[in-house]
Design a protein around this ligand. Structure first.
Ligand code: FEO
Length: 401
């Protein structure tokens, strides 16, 4: 028997735990995830978000451990993405709520996803919904991280239901972040931001300023994925981290990512990284064979430089390198300097194509990165190290050190 978890006098967690999830559209979710839904018990009972399709039985069983699901009056969809709305239509069919609410964009998105046979009422920024003996307020959080996204705030218990924002992909029985190892929680929060939220960094900055202006007291930060934040210092910390990350301020850090055919580009990568480190830059070396694209994105949080090593294969860059660069370009990493180096056999277009991808990402190219025909000799490796030192100099200028 699955049970709800009581969080406050009124709020229960009634979500689902996905122990098996390992890919969230290209993001390696090594620790699974959870799809959090919340029941608010008041004169009018509200369910905030549902769960991914396939997890509905878990949602319903947890709800039934607290109330008769038929007692739910309102369903609120904070976010239309299918990991939170996949079971919405079935929930409505089973619960028969009085009303379903979403943001204006949410109404449109839900209609385009599901063609529902029930009405969805649109709510706007700052609009309030009375639950009889308490009240919910909606906060428009458009583009954090979809056009439909919104927060819901339970005033009398100071609970902010923040949908994807401030969450993490982490499956656990523990419902609170402070019950889990701090380094794990910190890493997964950063990974989530770097792989889901980062394209919307400028909007995040504005949203945080607006939340600050609203002066919302937050005793519980209840996200749609992973554990919930309850300690004041943890809530302040995760909001502070979002402020830091959304500012995209480069720090003294570089990431060298590469793949290799016969070990030559790998030798060059080690030499470039050696130059960066000798130049005083904290350098992460990430061979693609052992590092997932989403881990590269995570390491790039706060980085000032991105160096890419690619062999030339069939007149272009190596496919695994193209994969990582395509992914990073979509994420819109900001404020990076860098370059593309590598070994080639006879035509050598790989590094040029990689450099063009870096340029299309807005990366400032530092000088001419080294290329080597076949296997790098001592002179070639010395050039790679010198290039690393040159990039380190540029990093120091960029970060003002
Ligand atoms: Fe967790 Fe944007 O869905």
């Amino acid at each position: 028997m699955l049970e709800a978890v009581k969080l406050t006098d009124r709020v229960y967690w009634v979500g689902a735990i996905d122990w098996e999830l390992r890919s969230f559209h290209g993001y390696l979710t090594s620790r699974g995830s959870s799809y959090n839904a919340y029941l608010v018990l008041a004169e009018k009972v509200a369910l905030i978000d549902t769960v991914k399709g396939g997890f509905g039985a878990e949602l319903m069983e947890r709800i039934a451990s607290v109330i008769d699901p038929g007692d739910i009056d309102y369903i609120i969809s904070n976010h239309s993405e299918m990991d939170h709305s996949g079971y919405l239509c079935e929930t409505v069919a089973r619960v028969k709520p009085e009303k379903v609410f979403a943001s204006r964009s949410g109404v449109d998105a839900l209609k385009r996803h599901y063609r529902p046979d029930f009405e969805i009422a649109a709510v706007g920024d700052g609009e309030k919904l009375s639950l009889g003996d308490c009240e919910l307020t909606f906060v428009d959080t458009r583009m954090v991280h979809w056009p439909d996204s919104m927060f819901t705030y339970l005033t009398d218990e100071a609970v902010l239901f923040s949908q994807d924002a401030f969450g993490m992909h982490l499956a656990s029985f523990e419902r609170y972040a402070d019950e889990l190892p701090a380094d794990m929680v910190e890493y997964e929060t950063a990974k989530y931001y770097a792989n889901i939220v980062i394209p919307f960094a400028p909007v995040v900055g504005k949203l945080l300023a607006r939340l600050d202006g609203l002066g919302l007291k937050i005793d519980l930060l209840a996200t749609d994925h992973g554990p919930i934040w309850r300690r004041p210092e943890d809530i302040a910390n995760v909001i502070g981290k979002y402020a830091e990350w959304s500012a995209a301020k480069p720090t003294n850090k570089a990431v060298v990512v590469y793949d290799t055919m016969w070990g030559s580009t790998a030798k060059m990568a080690r030499a470039v990284a050696g130059g960066l480190a000798a130049g005083g830059v904290h350098t992460r070396v990430m061979p693609i064979e052992g590092c997932h694209r989403s881990d590269v994105a995570t390491e790039l949080l706060g980085a000032a430089a991105l160096l890419v090593g690619t062999p030339t294969l069939n007149r272009t860059l190596f496919p695994t390198v193209a994969d990582v660069l395509t992914y990073l370009r979509g994420l819109g990493m900001q404020n990076l300097v860098g370059g593309a180096f590598g070994s080639y056999g006879w035509s050598g277009q790989g590094t040029r194509h990689a450099r063009e991808m870096l340029e299309s990402m807005g990366v400032e190219i530092v000088a001419e990165a080294p290329t080597t025909q076949f296997v790098p000799d001592e002179d070639a490796l010395a050039s790679c190290k010198a290039y690393g030192l040159q990039v380190a100099e540029r990093v120091k200028q960029v970060i003002g050190g």
